[in-house]
Design a protein around this ligand. Structure first.
Ligand SMILES: Cc1cc2nc3c(=O)[nH]c(=O)nc-3n(C[C@H](O)[C@H](O)[C@H](O)COP(=O)(O)O)c2cc1C
Length: 366
């Protein structure tokens, strides 16, 4: 059995970019400003959410007209909360690991170690061009991200850190102060071969796009087998766009409306960009490799995970994910504040009750 005995964790996407998480003209009662987000973070920690994940975008495209910078924004959310962990997105290239390590170490010191990082490898070529960053091939982007992660970890845990990579070099470098103990957790996004191989070597957490339980199971088995061979352990987070309503029909109607009001030009252009970004991934297993028009209406294939229905149906589907080895569910919503509160009140307690039952069964069988 691959399921962890630990409780499954919940994270939400921080709406630090405008336009929400679906490329649709449906009404979204979600703000990207700091006041909305501070309140959202407080609601989330009171509702049983463990983590908030910020996003890094440098330019608009397919919605997302305004984008707040994620490290500064994450710190503001940490300052407004007491126990929530906030994951700051970092994009190697624009970010240099020496600056990132220092910035995050300071935030960690100021927030009792509640900051984590998500190393993203990039999919938006137009954005790189706009800020004068060279656009590397798909697998090269991951080679750079892996060096970035090794550098962060080295700086955070060692004195006199020396590293000779192709992208980054450090000589006898000692960071003081180091982050609060334990070191910030390192998440990564991506599901291509290169992304999985990187996770199985260096990341604490692997984040993947939404998918069916069967497809997630294949990814988990693949990564865990490789990680074991590397003497490394990695936890798994899966994206989902949650639509929890008192009846299944109501929830399905919301999904239908999101898709009916999708902006076809923006969705098609986004699909073109992400598929192009993954092209150099030779095996064709990257995020979005198989995404349909409908899937692409949600930026990270979140409808595919099918957390759409009643609280009971959603809780059961979360347990099914846990049973194939998923450790965390990352959630997007249409109306964040209202729905995070509802999810915490109606869905998380059902998940906890089901988990308690499973643990009792497992103990009886031992
Ligand atoms: C949960 C999650 C969060 C991500 N956040 C960002 C982000 O904030 N900014 C960004 O440019 N890319 C982000 N990405 C994209 C990934 O870093 C990666 O570039 C993309 O998934 C390509 O994956 P592939 O290797 O499977 O083709 C995210 C991906 C996932 C799964």
């Amino acid at each position: 059995m691959t399921a962890s005995h630990d409780q499954i964790k919940f994270a939400y996407w921080v709406p630090n970019v405008s336009g929400g998480l679906v490329i649709s003209k449906i009404e979204q009662r979600t703000g990207w400003d700091i006041d909305y987000n501070r309140r959202l973070a407080q609601i989330a920690e009171d509702s049983g959410f463990d983590y908030a994940l910020s996003q890094i975008r440098f330019t608009a495209g397919y919605g997302a007209e305004f984008q707040h910078e994620p490290v500064a924004f994450s710190h503001a959310l940490l300052a407004a909360t007491k126990k929530l962990k906030v994951i700051a997105a970092l994009l190697p290239g624009p970010w240099n690991p020496a600056v990132a390590a220092k910035q995050i170490a300071t935030i960690s010191q100021l927030t009792e170690g509640r900051v984590a990082v998500n190393i993203v490898s990039g999919w938006f070529r137009g954005e790189f061009t706009a800020i004068g960053e060279p656009w590397l091939d798909h697998d090269e982007r991951y080679r750079r991200s892996e060096e970035f992660i090794r550098a962060l970890r080295g700086i955070w845990t060692q004195d006199n850190f020396t590293f000779r990579g192709d992208f980054y070099r450090f000589s006898d470098y000692t960071l003081k102060p180091k982050p609060a103990h334990p070191s910030p957790e390192i998440f990564q996004g991506g599901s291509s071969r290169a992304a999985r191989d990187m996770a199985s070597r260096v990341s604490d957490w692997y984040f993947t796009n939404g998918n069916s339980v069967e497809e997630i199971k294949k990814q988990v088995e693949d990564i865990r087998a490789k990680a074991r061979a590397n003497n490394h352990s990695v936890k798994i987070g899966v994206n989902a766009f949650a639509i929890a309503r008192e009846s299944e029909a109501e929830a399905r109607a919301v999904l239908d409306e999101i898709i009916a009001k999708a902006d076809p030009e923006a969705v098609t252009a986004f699909g073109h960009e992400v598929k192009n970004a993954g092209k150099a991934s030779p095996e064709g297993q990257g995020n979005w490799a198989k995404s349909s028009f409908e899937d692409l209406v949600q930026y990270n294939d979140g409808f595919k995970t099918n957390l759409i229905g009643t609280p009971e149906q959603i809780a059961e589907r979360i347990i099914a994910l846990k049973e194939v080895g998923v450790d965390l569910v990352l959630l997007g919503f249409l109306h964040f504040q209202e729905e995070v509160e509802y999810f915490g009140r109606r869905v998380i307690p059902l998940v906890r009750a089901l988990e308690a039952k499973t643990t009792v069964h497992a103990q009886a069988a031992e």
